[in-house]
Each structure stands twice: as C-alpha cells, then as structure tokens.
Design a protein around this ligand. Structure first.
Ligand SMILES: [Zn+2]
Length: 414
C-alpha cells in the first residue's frame, strides 16, 4: 500500500512546522517535551506557535526518568481538554510514544519534532508503554507530519546517535530472521519491503564515518534509515520486518530492568548488542554443513511441553501466563509436526545457509558499533554476563516468531 507522511528535513524545521499548521488551519496545540528536549527545541517551537497568536498548552514532563508509563501519560492527559488540539511531540522515542498514545486516545492527531536520531519509532503506529512495570504495546497512530531539525539532531547526545545506528544494524538480523520464518514456518514475507529496509541499512553502513562524525550528511542518512524502517513496518502492518531475535534480547533485558526497578537503557543500545549476539548465532549456523545438520537432527527430540512451560514459569514469573500463551504454536507441536519441521530444515538447509550468509560476522557488527561510539558488550550497559546469557537462552519465548534463536533452541544447535 505505501504510507506517506510528509517529512521535512533541514535547518528550518520550526518555521516549516508553523507554515504547515497555517496551511492546515490549525490553531490549538498541546506541546509535549521534557526538560532536555524543551531546551533543545521545545521552547523554540512553543514560542513560534504562540507568536502566531495560537492557543498553545505546554507539558514539560517531569520526573527522575521520563519513561512512557502511567505517571507521564497522566501528566499529558491532565493538560488535555475535551476540545480538538493538534499534539506536538518534541523529543525522541519516549516522548513521541507518550504523545502518540495520548493524542490518539483523545481523538487528536500529532506532529513529531524529533530531537535525536535514536530510534525507528517516529513513523510507527504502535506506542510501547510501561504499565505496572510491564511493557505493552498500544496500537495508536503515526504522526501526521514530521519536522526533523538537522542542527538539533546532529547535536543530540552521542549515545543516542549510537543507539539509532544500533537499531538500524539490527535490520541485518531481523531481515534474516524474517526470511527464516518465511522459509521454515510459513510466516508472511514481502521481498520488496525487505529490500527497502536493507537498502536503508546499507546506506548507513556505507557512510558510517559520517554518522560517527555526526555531520549533517551522516545524520540525514541515519534519520532516513530510521524513517524508512518505520515506514516498512507501517506498510507491512506489523513489526516483523524490523524486529527479530536481536529485539527479543532487548525486550528481555528491558523487562528485567523494569521489574528490578533499575534505570532504563536506550532501546537501540540494547538492540545493537543483541545484533552482535545474534550474528554470532548465524555464524554457528553457517558452520554446519548439510551433512552435519542432517546427521544431528536425526538425534534431536522435541523440547517437551511440560519442561518448556516449567522453564518459562521459572524465568518469567508473574508474566509467565502471557508468555506461555504467546508460545502456543510451538508448545502445541505434535511429534509428527516436529518431525516434519526437522525434514523441512534439512531439505531447505542450503536456503538457511544463504540467509545466514547475509548477516555479517559478529566481529564486524561490533566494529561498526564501535566506530559510532556505541557499546559493544552488555557489561558496558550495566548488564551482567549471566543476564546476557539468560537473554540468549530465553529471549525467544517473548514472541511467537520463528527466528534463528528459535531454530537453535528447538533443534539443540547450541
Ligand atoms: Zn527497534
């Protein structure tokens, strides 16, 4: 279908936004930012809208750590009246998600003014929210227009730029996992969308030096990549193209940090490291010849429904029921289904290897992350070696998708 959202990129995002509002007869606004993003761009946007004589309400989100949770959603809703207002999100992923959700639920639209190239969610429809310290994704709406102010984006903290690049690098493994799911588990696949996403990724990798310098050219490319992958998800109607086992590792860590009341880690930083780990899994797949896999799979038995559920209960505690439900397609596999899957894997092993070969080696991905100043080990993010291993072992339970992690788990490859 092809979603199209007007996206401005350049040095004049605020005047361009004002022009857009005038052309669309908008004159009532609710602007959402936090202390940092208000200083970076929010105050300027607010002043420009007020200078037109328009009715502008402003919420500068407060709190030690701004996350998209009940506390911050209510801060925005308290400022919202029942009248029609165009919401304006001035911030990165979190503020955009809060605004996406609040605007949608109050039957309004929103404009996005991104302040960091840190995440591919600007063009997304889903709002990841944290409710009672559990992450959930609420379906909402994409922005009606995006005004990307390049000087603001280039001046974003380095770790946020590195996180955006990490989220982009994750497409190496998410795209491979997506193909794997189509090949071995009949998941819906769209080669055109996959191509668009990989082209956007390649453009960023080719110019990694510019991204590392945070030059306007580099940050433009990174933003283009993030917008494009968001649009790919919109066009496909779900996150499958851009979210594979690297994202499941990230979700696993995020869940753990939330439950233990530890500070959050940037989404893309976790995804970047997840990508390094998953790339290493693909290296293992690549090293297994057709002959070896055929021999090994004759000895493999299904993991066993009761053992799987016991493991999920132990790892996921209060969330276990929901996780078990998610895993139903795998848990309900009969012995015959499992044998058929084994056969299918052996019969398609050349295809599996070709997919594995599309993922660069883990070392190369770590090198790219390093170039932009991103973390390359979980320890650099404050995650222990045990937590890294636990995510590798159990992250795949979080989604009903067939990924390299699922392949390895079901077939005992590691
Ligand atoms: Zn992501």
């Amino acid at each position: 279908m092809g979603f199209s959202i007007p996206i401005y990129r350049g040095d004049e995002a605020v005047p361009e936004m004002v022009r857009y509002c005038r052309e669309n007869d908008l004159d009532r606004f609710l602007l959402v930012s936090d202390e940092n993003t208000h200083a970076a761009l929010g105050a300027r946007a607010e002043a420009a809208l007020k200078a037109q004589g328009w009715d502008v309400r402003t919420v500068v989100l407060a709190g030690e750590e701004v996350i998209a949770d009940e506390e911050h959603v209510v801060q925005v809703l308290l400022a919202a009246g029942r009248e029609e207002r165009m919401y304006v999100a001035v911030g990165s992923g979190t503020i955009t998600d809060i605004t996406r959700f609040c605007s949608h639920r109050t039957r309004n639209d929103f404009i996005s003014l991104p302040t960091a190239p840190s995440v591919d969610g600007y063009t997304s429809i889903g709002a990841p929210l944290v409710v009672r310290r559990v992450k959930t994704t609420a379906l909402a709406q994409p922005a009606t227009a995006i005004f990307a102010n390049l000087p603001t984006l280039c001046a974003a903290p380095r770790e946020m730029i590195a996180a955006g690049f990490g989220d982009i690098l994750g497409k190496y493994t998410s795209a491979a996992d997506w193909r794997l799911g189509a090949l071995l588990w009949d998941e819906p696949y769209d080669a055109k969308i996959a191509r668009r996403m990989l082209d956007a990724l390649q453009a960023c990798v080719d110019d990694v030096a510019e991204i590392a310098r945070a030059s306007e050219a580099g940050i433009t490319l990174l933003m283009e990549g993030l917008f494009e992958t968001g649009l790919c998800m919109l066009d496909f109607g779900q996150t499958r193209p851009a979210s594979g086992s690297e994202h499941h590792l990230s979700h696993f860590w995020e869940t753990k940090l939330l439950q233990e009341h530890r500070p959050a880690i940037l989404h893309g930083a976790k995804v970047g490291i997840g990508t390094v780990f998953v790339a290493a899994r693909y290296e293992i797949v690549r090293s297994l010849s057709h002959e070896v896999i055929a021999r090994r799979l004759t000895r493999v038995n299904p993991p066993g429904r009761e053992a799987e559920i016991a493991c999920i209960r132990q790892v996921y505690g209060a969330l276990a029921d929901a996780v078990v439900e998610t895993q139903r397609p795998f848990l309900e596999m009969t012995a015959a289904d499992f044998e058929a899957l084994k056969r299918r894997i052996v019969d398609n092993w050349d295809g599996v290897q070709e997919i594995a070969a599309s993922v660069p080696p883990a070392q190369e991905i770590a090198g790219l992350l390093e170039q932009v100043g991103g973390a390359t080990t979980p320890q650099q993010l404050g995650l222990s070696a045990e937590e890294a291993q636990a995510a590798l072992n159990h992250g795949h339970y979080l989604r009903a998708r067939f990924t390299v992690a699922k392949l390895g788990h079901l077939m005992g490859l590691w």
